[in-house]
Design a protein around this ligand. Structure first.
Ligand code: NAP
Length: 237
């Protein structure tokens, strides 16, 4: 699973490991990954760390293939890593647009493509891509991020249609405002302005997203594919 060194990814990794999966933790920060792996081990779970920069799609595709080969199977792929490089569209540079598309979208395609062969062989697979409500509603200042997250929905629905006959499911979990480093940058004043518009009157916790991902990864979710599960405290309802 990607983006496992902190935030939402850390929580997803802890939950999947707690539920019995051997989790391969991927991000750039070796130290962050090692700390999450240590938490998993302390909880009695099993994990390994592989540092990789997802901006390099070729490296990530090779990583997924090697993990499937080494483990002899690949049951679940969670594409969670994501970055923002916000700015109004009229002032957004090509570099900032491409950087977000590469990490938030291209790496997801490359990872899914590499995962499909072992999943097809096993006639089982669960792919869960972490989107955002910005990909559903759009968000001023996030042309690059919203475009990438919207495209994830099209990609996931397409994979659901291509792979359903092989019992491979592909779904998107779309968080609202979740308390992580990514939203820390918003500042307290903005966060307090947002909370009254959330029906459940709080920002989400990474564990709220991990619970939805764990369900989609489970045997119980075998008849659920091509869907976008919005976990936003009701913000977009
Ligand atoms: P975060 O705290 O900023 O963590 C991002 C994770 O992605 C880190 O583990 C980071 O690890 C990894 N990552 C970033 N760039 C990478 C790269 N080039 N290569 C490999 N790993 C990379 O973010 P978060 O809030 O947990 O967000 C997780 C996902 O949820 C993202 O896809 C985000 O778009 C989505 N989301 C978040 C919110 C929110 O409110 N927080 C809302 C909607 C959607 P390293 O820095 O160690 O590489």
């Amino acid at each position: 699973m990607t983006g496992a060194s902190r935030g939402i990814g850390r929580s997803i990794a802890l939950k999947l490991a707690h539920d019995g999966a051997h989790v391969v933790l991927v991000a750039r920060s070796q130290a962050g990954l090692a700390s999450v792996a240590a938490e998993i081990t302390t909880d009695g779970g099993s994990a390994e760390c592989i540092a990789c920069d997802l901006a390099d799609g070729t490296a990530f595709g090779a990583l997924v293939e090697s993990v499937a080969e080494k483990c002899g199977r690949l049951d679940i792929l969670v594409n969670n890593a994501g970055i923002t490089k916000d700015g109004l569209a009229m002032r957004m540079s090509d570099e900032d647009f491409d950087a977000v598309i590469n990490v938030n979208l291209k790496s997801v395609f490359v990872g899914c493509r590499a995962a499909l062969r072992p999943m097809m062989r096993a006639r089982f697979g669960r792919i869960i891509n972490i989107g955002s409500i910005s990909g559903i509603t759009g968000n001023a200042g996030q042309a690059n991020y919203s475009a990438a997250k919207a495209a994830l929905i099209g990609l996931s629905k397409t994979l659901a249609k291509e792979m359903g006959a092989k019992s491979i499911t592909c779904n998107v979990v779309a968080p609202g405002f979740i308390e992580t480093d990514m939203t820390e940058a918003l500042g307290e004043r903005i966060k307090e302005q947002i909370i009254p518009s959330i029906p459940l009157r709080r920002l989400g916790k990474p564990e709220d997203i991990a619970a939805a991902v764990a369900f989609l990864a489970s045997e119980d979710a075998g008849y659920l594919t091509g869907q976008v599960i919005v976990v936003d405290g009701g913000l977009s309802c």
